[in-house]
Ligand binder design. Structure first.
Ligand code: SR1
Ligand code: MG
Length: 418
């Protein structure tokens, strides 16, 4: 598009020197700034720029999927949806997303505060680092953003206006529709798995009619249930952490979709890490106690989210759903309380299904997790991946067997010990 050009380490400083808020934040002059391209994600350019007074992170969309190349075009508009989502998230979960210093629509470029000394959570987890503040932060983030953008908190008019702002993010939704809900269950050019030991289970999944019905039900939910503004890609690579600070980044897949998709993404990525630890463990560095921490965190994600979401609902139900006038008497209040519990149960069932879909796509689809891919011994890697796939298949097809998060973590332990 006219005016767009991908920035480089050589050209970025000159551009930023013309953005007064950013130049002031960095201090000194463009010649004093150190610029590094550090993007290791699937889609975009990411730069860190450091000046004498401070640093910034710059994210720029490329007109194609970086992981694949120019043969897979992707609209630059994802940067527009990302900065809008960051602004909405900041409103409902203050302090849990990076601040935006500048947005350039033509360049599809966002300048954000530099999170330092944060690292990507996935990288810390591979090294068995514990994050004591993670559960508290991610549950506050999810409860705040999902409740605050739902029909429980917004009037119908507000909700429809907000949905309209995000309805154009169709190309990013299509990636999810194809890569998560369709391709791992058929022969597809994008699919890959990194060990031939998985050929058998991949074929099994392609021939598993019950699994294909279950994932298609989830796909229908993803396509049709506009419950709230979801982050859309809430894996541990979208979380930056220190031991006491947690920030959620990268909401370029945001749109109004099913809440369980975000909750399931967090649960899935913790479970993937849990299974991967057996591939990283050594006699000197056994990972069992870390695995216990990961499963405790998995339980905390659901129980913490549930409690916070219910508290918001009970104290701040300003939306048009469940009109207060219908539930004002004692019988009504009791019925509403029971319905709130039932609502959370339905949301949990959705989350289990979406978690399973995310576990499968990270092993049999295009985009994988380094938790598993960094296991060097291919037999060990395949063993971890197979356990993860077997649990995911059961979670997706037999969701009634998973009424609680403790049922999920118990099944994960059992699968690992089998
Ligand atoms: C082609 S994009 C592949 C994946 O990268 C992103 O992180 C999303 O998870 C997407 O599905
Ligand atoms: Mg991302």
């Amino acid at each position: 598009p006219e005016g767009y050009e991908p920035k480089s380490e050589a050209s970025l400083a000159a551009y930023l020197s013309g953005v007064s808020a950013v130049a002031a934040h960095l201090g000194g002059a463009a010649g004093d700034w150190r610029v590094r391209e550090v993007g290791d994600g699937n889609l975009n350019l990411v730069f860190i720029v450091e000046g004498p007074a401070g640093g910034v992170a710059v994210k720029q969309a490329l007109p194609y999927v970086r992981l694949v190349g120019e043969s897979w075009p992707l609209p630059l508009s994802r940067a527009h949806f990302e900065q809008m989502a960051l602004a909405t998230e900041a409103q409902h979960a203050p302090g849990l997303v990076p601040d935006i210093l500048h947005y350039d629509q033509t360049l599809a470029l966002i300048v954000m505060e530099l999170l330092q000394p944060h690292i990507i959570m996935r990288q810390g987890m591979i090294k068995a680092v514990r994050y004591p503040g993670f559960v508290e932060a991610i549950t506050t983030f999810m409860a705040g953003t999902l409740f605050g953008t739902s029909d429980l908190a917004l009037t119908a008019e507000e909700k429809k206006a907000a949905m309209a702002e995000f309805c154009g993010n169709t190309a990013l939704c299509k990636i999810t529709e194809d890569l998560i809900f369709t391709e791992p269950y058929r022969i597809a050019e994008n699919n890959r798995w990194t060990t031939p030991q998985l050929d058998g289970i991949a074929r099994e999944f392609r021939e598993d009619a019950a699994l294909k019905v279950a994932v298609s039900r989830l796909k229908l939910k993803f396509l049709s249930e506009a419950q709230a503004l979801i982050h859309g890609d809430l894996h541990t690579g979208s979380v930056m952490v220190t031991e006491d600070d947690t920030r959620v980044i990268d909401p370029e897949f945001a749109f109004y979709g099913p809440m369980g998709f975000d909750i399931g993404a967090v649960i899935a990525n913790l479970l993937i890490n849990y299974f991967s630890q057996d591939g990283h463990a050594t006699p000197e560095d056994p990972r069992e106690s870390y695995q216990d921490w990961v499963l405790a965190a998995t339980e905390g994600v659901w129980t913490g989210f549930r409690a916070k979401f219910l508290a918001l609902w009970r104290n701040g139900a300003t939306g048009d759903a469940y009109p207060a006038a219908l539930f004002a008497d004692t019988a009504g209040a009791e019925a509403l309380k029971a319905e709130q519990e039932a609502y959370m149960d339905r949301l949990f069932t959705d989350s289990v299904g979406f978690a399973a879909a995310k576990m499968i796509r990270r092993i049999l689809g295009l985009a994988h997790n380094i938790d598993l891919e960094w296991i060097e011994d291919l037999d060990r890697r395949a063993a971890c991946e197979t356990r993860c796939l077997r649990l995911a298949r059961d979670m997706m097809v037999n969701r009634a067997n998973y009424p609680t998060i403790e049922a999920v973590t118990a099944a994960a332990r059992k699968m690992r010990d089998a």
